[in-house]
Design a protein around this ligand. Structure first.
Ligand code: TXA
Ligand code: MG
Length: 324
């Protein structure tokens, strides 16, 4: 069921009363609270099972509101905000006094973005303030891209779910540290490195996935229940069939170049050749393989350019070492 105008009003009311609202964005669904209500923000951490030191993103209704939430807007940050908002870009800047430390995990910087989804923007306008929202999933698991995913994972822990249909982008926003002169990518996402470089007119650094740069960027994140194994594209079929023979229930994410190849495993899914379609479907696919009982997922990485960079980052993290 899609949300109506009265749903937007109800959701804004829930936020004002200190409750939690799951809201659609163009990237993934967020678990939102009034950014200026420390008790409500703290509830987000409880519901997600997320350590309180992991900073959240403050969602605002427009680029013109940025100065209300941060201490200072360097020229580069202004340029990026004006160019990419509303859109899947998050800017890390110096925290304004309006932002409680609960929302930033105690950091003196804050992550801010303007989501590009009509319902999210309508909610932000009706509510009138900022909404802190991490992805609406339990800590470490796969982000939700439909309202159904949110309800299945968080159930009654959320006071209201605003259904905006499936998310268009499917992977989270690109996070850019814009505190200094030279911006760098902290997390690749919906806005590509190439897009950023075209606007800035210079190269933008992307740290290696293995480097844990900021809280909330642990190696094992965005992970399905099934273990994920990454191999070269030409080894996917052999690796998957061997694991299946050893007794695993294997789900294969088959590269598009191998579409139609016969593979003897529990589930076979050919991934789309278009990176936009792959990103849109990635989390739903991982959830589906879990649901169909796979205990092992064999996949390969796409070329790390355009949206392929974000997809490869999520697959690497899903395959990363897990806490015991
Ligand atoms: O697309 C998205 O960004 C989604 C939608 C709901 O907007 N949100 C999202 O939130 O992915 P979350 O909480 O799952 O990831 C936000 C990440 C944190 O894990 C952290 O790595 C980074 O943003 N972050 C937040 N504040 C930061 C800060 N002050 N400095 C550095 N990184 C920060
Ligand atoms: Mg998340």
């Amino acid at each position: 069921m899609k949300a109506t105008t009265s749903d937007i009003e109800k959701a804004a009311e829930v936020l004002r009363a200190g409750g939690l609202v799951a809201l659609p964005t163009e990237t993934v669904y967020g678990l939102g609270a009034n950014a200026e209500d420390p008790a409500a923000v703290s509830r987000i951490f409880q519901v997600k099972g997320r350590p309180p030191t992991h900073p959240l993103i403050v969602h605002i209704g427009g680029a013109e509101q940025l100065d209300e939430w941060v201490e200072e807007v360097p020229a580069t940050a202004r340029l990026l905000a004006e160019h990419f908002w509303p859109g899947p870009l998050t800017l890390v800047l110096r925290r304004g006094r309006r932002v409680p430390l609960e929302a930033t995990g105690g950091l003196e910087t804050v992550a801010v973005r303007v989501p590009d989804h009509p319902l999210a923007l309508a909610l932000l306008e009706t509510f009138g303030g900022g909404v802190t929202a991490p992805s609406a999933n339990r800590f470490g698991s796969v982000s939700p891209t439909t309202a159904h995913h949110v309800r299945a994972e968080l159930g009654d822990a959320v006071d209201f779910v605003l259904d905006g249909g499936p998310c268009e982008v499917g992977v989270e926003s690109t996070i850019v540290d814009a505190t200094g002169e030279v911006p760098s990518i902290l997390r690749p996402g919906g806005v590509t490195r190439e897009d950023l470089e075209a606007v800035l007119g210079r190269p933008v650094a992307v740290p290696a996935t293995s480097q844990v740069r900021v809280p909330g960027q642990h190696p094992s994140h965005y992970a399905p229940r099934a273990r994920v194994v990454l191999v070269e594209p030409e080894k996917v079929v052999a690796e998957a069939e061997q694991a299946q023979e050893l007794g695993h229930r294997v789900g294969v994410l088959l590269p598009p170049s191998l579409a139609g190849a016969p593979v003897k495993t529990h589930v076979v899914e050919t991934v789309p050749a278009s990176m936009a379609a792959y990103a849109r479907g990635l989390y739903g696919l991982l959830r589906e393989l879990d649901q169909r009982g796979c205990d092992l997922i064999v996949a390969s990485l796409p070329a790390e350019e355009g949206l392929g960079l974000a997809i490869a980052n999520r697959l690497r993290r899903a395959a990363g070492p897990r806490p015991l």
